[in-house]
Design a protein around this ligand. Structure first.
Ligand code: GAP
Length: 451
């Protein structure tokens, strides 16, 4: 089992992630992405967009606003029901989600089926203790709305209240008509939306796994109602294939978890999570849900606008069903980083930290390393050529062994070493991250070779 704290420490010291506003003591569970993290994030996002928007002839993309008309969230039920059951320990003042508190101490109890009253009774009547102070002294359960509220304009009155969106999905539903009209797409078709979402989570944690500000990549796929389950299966497979084939995640660390009937959101016909086996346990990465016609119907009811689709052949009006594959970008990052992290013992007894990140998402693709500073000019000319196509790093400081280790530890798949022979034969040595083998090739062939 990999040591999660060690990985987190490695990611912070190498510049993947920093604690947010650290010079002011940070802000709990808020993280910034450093120079390597931002590259990894953009690479994963680009890959997702490539697979879900460009390569899928059925889908198009949009980029909707974070601040929306608050009626959107009334229509969806978020204002009244996007709640978590909050409970406080009266002795030490620690705050918990009641369902999680019970689940952690009584793993066989199915908290997903329990109402708030049942959760409350369970806490009272069983030996549920505070994980912080060990006492059994809890408040009643209160409902806690997870949406962040803010105000538009200069006044603080309730009329100007707006919410930071808790999901990107609704930006798609409210634009369904616009997109359908302007693209003339016929069913089935999907609309993809990527961006920040915000939830005032009671118990954020596990580094970037659960935070209050995170990025989602969602696709709302509109189908004829009778075709929903066919497309549900299609997108389940598509998402799993993305993890296996594009991000090269180890198969044994992934599983589908179908939601039981009692666990399903009341509007959902079927939901499945793809989970990853993190060092802290299995965690949800991707949710694939059959949302039926719930969202479009609700927006029709509240906006009084028709969101019906008219079949061009039959002229029949229908409200499409929706299959939604929804994934958190930060979780994809954490999964890729954990999955690729490795500590190898070398023949000389030294430990090599290596991130076997898929080449497509590695933050830096090629490191250009002159063996001596006298070779910097030649090495820089190679760097300037390659950087037009690949994100490269130029590094001339320290022994070559140390420089290789540095690149291994941040997942750079290729090192290009420039030595004194390069000046005569115009060849360089390419060194491979995973097996540390080396190959000599012509400078003019590097780019083609890496392609
Ligand atoms: N539109 C459906 C929706 O938002 P969700 O299961 O609440 O469904 C989808 O969220 C995905 O967003 C999750 O599978 C997870 O990857 C990510 N996600 C949700 N809450 C998160 C949080 N607090 N921090 C990081 N990622 C989160």
């Amino acid at each position: 089992m990999k040591n999660f704290n060690k990985i987190v420490n490695h990611l912070i010291t190498t510049g993947f992630v920093y604690p947010s506003s650290e010079i002011y003591g940070g802000l709990s569970n808020s993280w910034d992405y450093g120079p390597l993290g931002v590259e990894l994030k953009q690479n994963i996002k680009k890959l997702w967009w490539q697979k879900f928007v460009h390569e899928s002839t059925l889908n198009v993309g949009i980029d909707s606003a974070i601040l929306m008309n608050p009626k959107v969230w009334e229509a969806t039920g978020h204002v009244t029901s996007f709640n978590d059951p909050l409970i406080d320990c009266k002795s030490c003042k620690m705050r918990f989600r009641a369902d999680e508190l019970i689940k952690n101490q009584f793993p066989n109890v199915n908290v997903d089926k329990m109402t708030n009253d049942e959760l409350s009774d369970f806490v009272k009547n069983n030996d549920v203790v505070c994980p912080n102070c060990g006492k059994h002294n809890f408040t009643d359960i209160r409902q806690f709305n997870m949406m962040f509220k803010t105000h538009i304009g200069v006044t603080d009155d309730s009329k100007s209240v707006v919410y930071l969106r808790p999901e990107t999905a609704q930006g798609v539903f409210v634009n369904f008509k616009n997109v359908q009209r302007t693209t003339r797409k016929k069913l089935p078709f999907g609309i993809c939306n990527v961006g920040k979402s915000f939830r005032n989570e009671i118990t954020p944690g596990n580094f970037i796994f659960r935070t209050r500000e995170f990025e989602q990549m969602e696709c709302e796929f509109f189908v004829k109602p009778e075709d929903d389950l066919k497309w549900y299966d299609y997108w389940k497979k598509y998402c799993m294939d993305f993890l296996l084939n594009e991000l090269s995640i180890l198969k044994d660390n992934l599983r589908f978890r179908d939601h039981e009937k009692e666990e399903l959101a009341f509007y959902s016909k079927a939901t499945c999570d793809i989970e990853y086996n993190f060092p802290f346990g299995w965690g949800e990465i991707w949710g694939i849900a059959d949302r039926t016609d719930y969202d479009l119907k609700k927006h029709m009811e509240y906006s009084k606008e028709s969101l019906e689709y008219v079949d061009a052949v039959t002229n029949q009006k229908i409200i499409p069903y929706v299959i939604e594959p929804s994934v958190g970008l930060d979780r994809l990052m954490l999964m890729s980083l954990v999955d690729s992290y490795d500590e190898e013992t070398l023949e000389n007894g030294e430990t090599r930290i290596v991130m076997h990140l898929d080449k497509k998402i590695a933050p830096i693709k090629i490191a250009i390393l002159p063996l001596s500073k006298q070779l910097s000019e030649k090495a820089l000319s190679i760097y300037k050529q390659l950087v037009k196509k690949y994100n490269c790093q130029f590094d001339e400081s320290g022994s070559i062994g140390k420089r290789y280790r540095r690149q291994d530890s941040i997942g750079t798949p290729f090192c290009v070493t420039v030595d004194f022979d390069t000046l005569n034969d115009d060849c360089v040595t390419i060194r491979f991250r995973d097996d540390m083998s080396q190959k000599r090739i012509k400078v003019e062939e590097i780019s083609k070779y890496i392609d």
